[in-house]
Design a protein around this ligand. Structure first.
Ligand SMILES: Nc1ncnc2c1ncn2[C@@H]1O[C@H](COP(=O)(O)OP(=O)(O)OP(=O)(O)O)[C@@H](O)[C@H]1O
Length: 257
């Protein structure tokens, strides 16, 4: 079972941004999407989520073509954590997190005990249970990011898309959130596609890596094979080393001293 993207092309008003992308996001693993600003990461994630439609090629989730699936069906398979929340959202934190259950409810039913229990468990998992009664518009940017992650976990989908989910998080929370994401891949078999800018975070948590360069997949595969100095240098256009620590961990360093 997997998300499978095949020869996908997409452009905004004529300018092609995704130029023939093919790769898979298998269940039970974390796939990190790396690429420079403007390389097309957000566009790809919006295509997978069905917000945008491919102009050529196909995206299938467990065999179902996203472009042909009704929105609620997509939302039962894929949860999405956007890069940054824009606009006014006049809701309480708990109210917003429980909205993750909407794709599982009928149009007229309201969330019940089981839905609130799922929301509570997700808030506890990401460490925001103490914010449950707060107004979403009156918490910090990082706290909002954690709320959106909790909402996505509450959706209990087989796949999770995250667009730079750690950009507002402090050093400790960046690792804590990725550790939670890794746990749900292992325990629930969730397949995760996460766009990120920190290659060291990708090195620490990715099972697979997709390197995107100007809308094309430059390299894709198991993290250990893809995260080489040669590939990272070609991707980021700068001198990069991958250093092995005595305990076997690897870290990415630049030549800047
Ligand atoms: N709504 C839009 N209309 C027109 N062009 C767009 C639109 N959104 C993005 N683009 C362009 O598409 C290209 C890819 O943008 P995208 O946001 O997918 O890149 P990204 O890799 O996510 O970038 P970043 O790392 O800076 O968030 C860029 O050249 C961008 O200017």
């Amino acid at each position: 079972m997997a998300i499978e993207m095949e020869a996908v092309r997409f452009g905004y008003r004529g300018a092609e941004v995704i130029r023939g992308a093919s790769f898979a996001v298998p269940e039970g693993s974390i796939t990190c999407l790396l690429g420079r600003n403007g390389s097309g990461k957000t566009t790809l994630i919006r295509l997978v989520n069905g917000i945008l439609r491919p102009q050529a090629g196909s995206i299938r989730v467990d065999g179902h073509d996203v472009a042909l699936s009704p929105r609620p069906a997509v939302a039962r398979r894929i949860a999405f954590v956007p890069q940054e929340h824009q606009g006014v959202f006049p809701y309480g934190v708990e109210e917003l997190v429980v909205m993750g259950r909407n794709p599982h409810l009928s149009l007229i039913s309201r969330p019940g005990r089981r839905d609130f229990a799922a929301a509570r468990a997700a808030m506890e998992a990401v460490g925001i249970a103490h914010l449950a009664g707060r107004d979403y518009m009156q918490i910090s940017g990082g706290e909002r990011q954690l709320v959106l992650i909790a909402r996505a976990l509450t959706q209990e989908t087989p796949y999770l898309l995250m667009d730079e989910p750690t950009s507002h998080l402090d050093f400790s929370n960046q690792h804590a959130i990725m550790a939670i994401v890794r746990r749900i891949t292992r325990e629930r078999g969730v397949g995760v596609l996460v766009a990120m800018h920190d290659p060291n975070l990708a090195l620490a948590f990715a099972d697979r890596v997709v390197m995107l360069r100007e809308g094309q997949v430059y390299r894709a595969g198991p993290a250990a094979e893809v995260m080489t100095p040669e590939h990272l240098q070609a991707l980021y256009q700068m001198p990069i080393d991958v250093v092995a620590l005595p305990d076997g961990r690897r870290i990415i360093v630049t030549e800047a001293r």
